[in-house]
Design a protein around this ligand. Structure first.
Ligand code: ADP
Length: 612
């Protein structure tokens, strides 16, 4: 049996001893039970034997009594027939004589058996036959009714029977007693109880000796037979002990009541205690208050459920009060009868990882917060800058009108010709050109603000995600770009596209942006060819928009997805926001965007979107 809790603490190798002790106990109990059964059986046999021998003795005394009575009757009838008349006493003497002769030849009474006849004379018992303890020459006076000589007393008062009684010596005997009717005699046949008991005592001793031999031999055999097994067990336990003690991983054995029965050095070092200190504590004392309940739940689940092991993370408390995060792998061990006995756990210190995770989480939160703040600022800025921009544009229009009026005033004849010439010079080229620059500037700024607003709004609008028929959706996007395609002289090829999950408006926008970029960044030296393809990859649908345009240099490839980045700012018609918008949409849908490009050959923009 696996040792109960506290035994584990003493030594793992001590497991062997309880096993052996238990086996020896079993042998002893078995022997004791056998001994008890044997002794009880012998006791019963003894009782039966006493009963039967009593009956045999009784038969014998009855037979003898009847013979005496017959002899007496014969002697008395003979005396009556004789010429010389003989008295009652003569017949008695004749019978007595025959009895003495018979007594000498009596067999079947064993070594201590006796047959004797007595008569009552007043308050005395007078024995008429000499026997082992009684000499007729020196007769001892026996008092009638004394507890000594109980069998003869019973015969003399006319009772017949057998039993264990005290004889004339005061010794317990198995005696049969019978009255002899003719001369008021009593007859007793008796055997010493010690003789009756002797064979049974011998049997008892034999059984005792056999049981003792059984225990000793059984124990020795058990020791011999189990010696190799115990040696192997000891060796394996020694190996286990070493693996336990020397492991770099924290290891501990916990009782069902939570006591730390055994811990290794690595675990003790993890918590800053000595092994001895920890082994006098329970797990609750060294567990973080917030994790005690969950640990208890796991322990209960292991005891009541079908799972033999559990892995979970928890916090211990270091001796210095600090928190120690651990990854705990616990196994419940059961005893030979299948009952839960103790837990064995492997403990890995994951404090560093946990702290790093906590820090990462904190930073991620911080980034999210900052991002939200920034988006708020972008939204406010892009929105609020529109107002002054619109007024600048309005005043430019006013200026243009005023200029027109001013030019009309120049036709007045009263104006000096030099003045007219000078004003015509200014209003003819410099002023309208300045106004055009302001127009272009405000238009560009307006476009930038619009793009910025679109980008910041992307995070606010709710997406309606649904299964998308991409052949239909891309087809519609291309139809709305037909004019631009014709202008760019582009040829667009679309293969069969797999379906995906997404918001139809936003995904349409993604493909429009990519195709428009292909138009914008085409190579003037060759006709533009655009191919849109798609395939399944894992649980994603991966689409590719490929062109044979000017391509992008490797150094710029990463940056094209950054808002406002443009490879060549001289190329008209872009704010550097298209790919940033594409990225934002696809990522919000749980997808990914990437590209491959070779300058002078063309680019491939990949979009992966979820399918389920
Ligand atoms: P833009 O409004 O300038 O087109 P984008 O974010 O769409 O902004 O693109 C960023 C930059 O990436 C572009 O200015 C361009 O230099 C480059 N680019 C985008 N698409 C392509 C393409 N298909 N071929 C070559 N260069 C491209």
């Amino acid at each position: 049996m696996v040792p109960a809790g506290p035994d584990v603490r003493r030594s793992l190798s001590s497991k062997v001893k309880p096993d052996l002790r238990q086996s020896l106990w079993s042998i002893a109990v078995l022997a004791a039970a056998g001994l008890a059964i044997a002794l009880v059986s012998i006791g019963v046999l003894y009782k039966v034997s006493v009963h039967q021998q009593g009956l045999r003795l009784l038969g014998m005394v009855r037979e003898q009594a009847r013979i005496i009575e017959a002899m007496a009757a014969h002697e008395m009838s003979r005396s009556a027939a004789d010429t010389v008349p003989a008295g009652h006493g003569d017949a008695f003497e004749a019978v007595l004589g025959q009895l003495r002769a018979a007594q000498d030849q009596l067999v079947g009474l064993g070594q201590t058996g006796e047959l004797y006849v007595a008569r009552r004379e007043g308050d005395s018992i007078v024995y008429l036959l000499a026997h082992r303890g009684f000499s007729l020459k020196h007769p001892a006076r026996m008092v009638f009714g004394h507890e000594r000589g109980e069998p003869m007393y019973r015969a003399l008062i006319g009772r017949s029977g057998a039993g264990v009684l005290r004889d004339y010596r005061g010794t317990p005997v198995l005696a049969a007693y019978e009255p002899v009717k003719v001369f008021d005699l009593g007859m007793v046949a008796a055997l010493d109880v010690s003789e009756v008991r002797a064979p049974f005592l011998r049997a008892d001793l034999l059984v005792l000796a056999a049981t003792l031999a059984f225990v000793v031999i059984g124990g020795l055999l058990l020791l011999i037979v189990t010696a190799p097994g115990r040696r192997r067990l000891r060796e394996s336990e020694e190996r286990f002990r070493q693996a336990f003690e020397d492991s770099a991983v924290g290891k501990l054995i916990t009782g069902l009541d939570g006591r730390l029965l055994r811990v290794n050095r690595a675990f003790a070092a993890m918590l800053g205690y000595t092994v001895e200190e920890l082994q006098s504590m329970d797990f609750q004392t060294v567990t973080h208050a917030d994790d005690i309940a969950s640990s208890v739940r796991v322990m209960n689940r292991l005891q009541t459920g079908t799972d033999g092991s559990a892995r979970f993370e928890k916090r211990y408390l270091h001796k210095n009060g600090g928190v120690v995060w651990v990854d705990l792998n616990t196994v419940l061990l059961r005893d030979a009868t299948g009952l839960p006995d103790h837990f064995v756990s492997d403990v890995q210190d994951i404090t560093r990882r946990k702290l790093a995770e906590e820090e990462r989480e904190r930073l991620a939160h911080e980034v999210e917060r900052r991002k939200a703040e920034l988006e708020q600022v972008i939204y406010a800025v892009s929105h609020d800058l529109r107002t002054p921009l619109v007024s600048v544009q309005g005043f430019v229009d006013e200026l243009r009108l005023s200029l027109k009026e001013l030019l009309a005033e120049l036709d007045r004849p009263d104006l000096p010709p030099e003045f007219r010439e000078r004003v015509a010079e200014l209003t003819g080229s410099a002023l309208p050109e300045s106004l055009r620059f302001i127009d272009a500037g405000t238009a560009r700024m307006g476009a930038l603000l619009a793009g910025l607003l679109r980008l910041s709004r992307l995070d606010r609008v709710a997406f309606q995600v649904e299964p998308l028929d991409m052949n239909r959706l891309v087809g519609e996007a291309l139809r709305s770009l037909e004019f631009a395609a014709r202008e760019a002289g582009a040829k667009v090829e679309v293969t069969d596209l797999p379906a995906c999950l997404g918001d139809p408006m936003q995904v349409g926008q993604v493909f429009s942006n990519l195709v428009e970029n292909a138009f914008k960044y085409r190579d003037p030296d060759r006709p533009l060819l655009i191919r849109i393809t798609g395939r399944h990859e894992d649980s994603k649908a991966v689409y590719c928009v490929e062109d044979n345009g000017i391509g992008i240099a490797p150094a710029q490839q990463e940056r094209v997805f950054v808002p406002f980045f443009r490879v060549d700012t001289r190329v008209p018609g872009g704010e550097g926001l298209g790919l940033a918008i594409v990225t934002r949409i696809v990522e919000r849908l749980g997808g990914r965007v990437w590209m491959e490009s070779e300058p002078g050959k063309g680019s491939k923009f990949y979009v992966a979107l979820p399918t389920a």
